[in-house]
Design a protein around this ligand. Structure first.
Ligand code: OSB
Ligand code: MG
Length: 373
């Protein structure tokens, strides 16, 4: 039986500010979800939203509202949801709410983690994943100048990261890639535009083609698939979609129409772990389709869930799951996420696979609310 669900709003200082084409973050925000049962088990998850609806239309306030007023009451109302692990019953309870994938995923992920805690198995096992370690890359924000960027790249290469992703935006793009390639000719390199361009810039975007980028992530509008078909037909560099993909169906449409050949799977953006797994399975059906697990500055809680997910076979490219120390002096979990030779071990412990440090969680909680049946 699920006895309570607690939401906590997090605010954790970042060791470096993180700048994308839509803004700069100096604090890591988010919602930590705790799903408690009558046997003392806790399923933790993290909703990696911020206070601004800038990456997507959801933000911390909308998610809190949708969870508190609709999703949590619907889940707690049906005792059967909590009596056995039933993905179908959980989704049926949440089904009347349209959209709000991040809010739904918060409960869905916590439900899987609680299920793994109860069954005493690692989350990866419950998901059907069997890799023991996964390759990871790092996402580097827009920097003040080129010199700083080259030093940041060198730093992460020294740490062993398997690929470098740099954020681009108009005024910080082709020339930057050119300089990076001049310095690092052979590294696995990709760029992420976070929707900063339009089809009018198609000729300009073609200037990225000579630099052997692994992919360009989300060049066009955040909900577009159709314009990306046109762009991909003229661009040699593979397109990866992030913001545009909110469901398994979106992924299928984008891949089948050749709008992209790579999907950045973010669990919360696609409504949960089951949909994330289905997208990975879809990508595995054709050799030219690929997927990898993205990130949104998650604390250790979200990182552990991302690691379990990418242990699924279909994830075939390095993820954005960097070590805890890439963003935080002090993480919420013990042990923290550690990257060695560009690899992260898939935890063997039950449930989340790490201890959640309640005193540290309390320290970074700025608001909380507990819901009971
Ligand atoms: O577009 O992948 C993105 C962070 C916040 C919002 C969107 C994105 C990102 C990142 C960082 O690229 C990935 C990470 O290190 O967690
Ligand atoms: Mg992205």
């Amino acid at each position: 039986m699920i006895t309570s669900i607690k939401l906590r709003q997090l605010a954790m200082p970042l060791v470096h500010p993180f700048t994308t084409s839509f803004g700069t973050q100096t604090v890591k925000e988010g919602i930590l979800v705790e799903m408690h049962d009558n046997e003392g088990h806790v399923g933790y998850s993290e909703i990696p939203l911020t206070s601004q609806p800038d990456y997507c239309y959801e933000d911390i306030s909308t998610a809190w509202h949708v969870l508190g007023d609709f999703l949590i009451p619907a889940v707690l109302k049906n005792p059967e949801v909590g009596s056995t692990f039933s993905y179908t019953l959980l989704m049926e309870a949440m089904q009347p709410v349209r959209g709000h994938e991040f809010a739904k995923a918060g409960l869905e992920m916590a439900y899987w983690v609680l299920g793994a805690e109860r069954e005493q198995v690692p989350l990866s096992r419950l998901l059907g994943a069997d890799k023991t370690e996964v390759p990871v890359g790092v996402s580097i924000g827009v920097q003040e100048d080129l010199d700083t960027l080259l030093k940041r790249i060198g730093h992460f290469l020294d740490l062993g990261y398997k690929r470098i992703k740099i954020k681009i935006k108009p005024g910080w793009d082709v020339d930057v890639v050119k300089v990076v390639r001049a310095e690092y000719a052979d590294i696995p390199l990709m760029v992420d535009a976070n929707s900063a361009y339009s089809l009018r810039q198609i000729e300009y975007l073609k200037d990225l083609d000579p630099y052997q980028l692994m992919m360009i992530e989300q060049p066009l509008h955040y909900n577009d698939i159709i314009d990306h078909i046109k762009l991909q037909s003229e661009l040699h560099t593979p397109i990866c979609l992030d913001e545009s993909i909110h469901s398994v169906d979106d992924a299928r449409k984008a891949l089948e129409s050749a709008a992209c050949s790579v999907i950045n799977v973010k669990v919360a953006r696609v409504g949960g772990l089951m949909n994330a797994r289905l997208i990975a399975e879809l990508c595995a059906t054709k050799p030219e389709w690929h997927c990898w697990c993205g990130g949104m500055l998650e604390s250790g809680v979200g990182r552990m869930i991302n690691i379990a997910l990418q242990a699924i076979e279909g994830f075939d490219l390095p993820s954005d799951t960097s070590g805890s120390d890439r963003y935080f002096k002090e993480d919420l979990i013990n042990p923290p996420v550690v990257v060695k030779d560009g690899m992260v071990s898939v935890p063997k412990g039950k449930g989340l696979g790490a201890e959640v440090l309640e005193d540290v969680v309390d320290k970074y909680t700025v608001r909380s609310q507990t819901f009971k049946p």
